[in-house]
Ligand binder design. Sequence first.
Ligand SMILES: C[S@@+](CC[C@H](N)C(=O)[O-])C[C@H]1O[C@@H](n2cnc3c(N)ncnc32)[C@H](O)[C@@H]1O
Ligand code: SF4
Ligand code: SF4
Length: 457
Amino acid sequence: MVNRLTFPDEVAVYWENGEYIVHNVKVSTWGLFDGEELFIYQTLRTYETVGEATKHLNYDSETISRVIVRALFNRLAFTTAEAAQDSIERARTALNHQPDVPVPNAAYLVMTLRCNLSCTYCYAESGPHVTIQDDLTTAQYKSVLQQVKQLGVRTVIFTGGEPFIRPDIGELIAFAKSLGLRTNAISNGRAITKALVVGQLLGNLDKITISIDSMEPEIHDRNRGHLSHHFAMRALQYFLDTPIVVNVNSTLTNITQTDDYLVLNDFLHDRGVKHKTLFLTEIGRGDVDVQGISSSHRTEIQRGLLKNETDLVNRSPVGTDATLLPLAIRNHCGAGAAEFSVDPKGNVFPCKLLHESEFLAGNLKDSTLQEIWEFSSALRQLRRTTTDTLPNCLPCSFRFICGGSCRAAAYGRTRDIHATLLEECPSLRRQLRHSIWASAKTALAPSPMPVSREDLC
Ligand SMILES: C[S@@+](CC[C@H](N)C(=O)[O-])C[C@H]1O[C@@H](n2cnc3c(N)ncnc32)[C@H](O)[C@@H]1O
Ligand code: SF4
Ligand code: SF4
């Protein structure tokens, strides 16, 4: 048995589903312990040597060794001070690996601001009333897609407004696919026909996200318009009949009914659909004071969702990931670094939710995407907005997994890009705690590698 161990200087302990999570905060690794194991780990941390700690522990050497092995494996302890320091440096390098000009993962293309619906909360302020005449043409979008590919982007997401009201959408998705891009689209479903799915999207579209707020048509339609539930469900079924990956986005508002929402979640899980819950952002028509859900209501829904996830995790064999995202070390939300957004006029912004003149990076009719990506001061400023610069996030033990949460949501509510929506943190932390637990439960090697996190929709 080793006799001297070095422990990380910042360790947090959480309680989740009857187990203790021990979290090496700066390195973003963790392990699960029961009460006795935690006591042994804490005792080992208290004494200079393992021998000394053992004298104060009433456990056999096999049990103590098991805790040491787990701690070493999960980087919750190190055999030398150099190894401990090295792990921190590697984590810092992974966090700061973003050079001034990183390679983005994803480009959101807002294909039009017109829409066949007029949802009460739409952040894009879209609807049939929008009469924009100068959306980029098919040829211009093809040039944008070529530039997106040249920049090294892996995934392009077609969104809007409603992207499927453009007659050339199938052609543009096929073009993106022919360039070797991964293709996603987000839709309300209304303009999607079976002929379009089978004739143009199959083989070209990798993932579709349909927006469905409720299992109950009446609730969904109150947010999104008459018969919109019927069309969304119809589109969902068209895609479920194909190999295209299907996700559903649901936006929570104060008319969401907890039971109904959990039925929707079950319905989607049963069909292999990933269900993403969106909280109302105060952008465009989104008004948190008027439509946002109360924190107790939100907690009630979240607890129900987490219970469903726990059941899934407990049912899934070790080594598989039920529905959960791999966690990664990050100190940034991704805006302007891992992703960017292009509006229908060719304006480039750091993300689809920050289409504000303050964040305008450039226009593709005047400059190339490469030039905008490299030289825009708006993008550079966003890249430097990390948890190290967010005063309220600095002391938080979740800062390297949360990344400081959505900058656009904070900006929308406060007009301050460095703000933290503290009222949302308890629910964020509950979700993160659960995700850590689930990743430790389902992964063969519980410690996550510092890879970038993909959560695109
Ligand atoms: C702007 S829509 C564009 C794509 C398509 N028209 C649709 O509704 O699916 C993209 C997603 O954002 C969601 N959304 C719109 N406004 C929002 C807001 N204020 N807060 C949170 N989510 C919102 C929509 O429900 C949809 O899932
Ligand atoms: S949320 Fe989507 S469907 Fe609703 S108005 Fe906005 S763009 Fe249209
Ligand atoms: S949980 Fe809250 S305080 Fe912690 S990093 Fe995330 S946004 Fe910041």
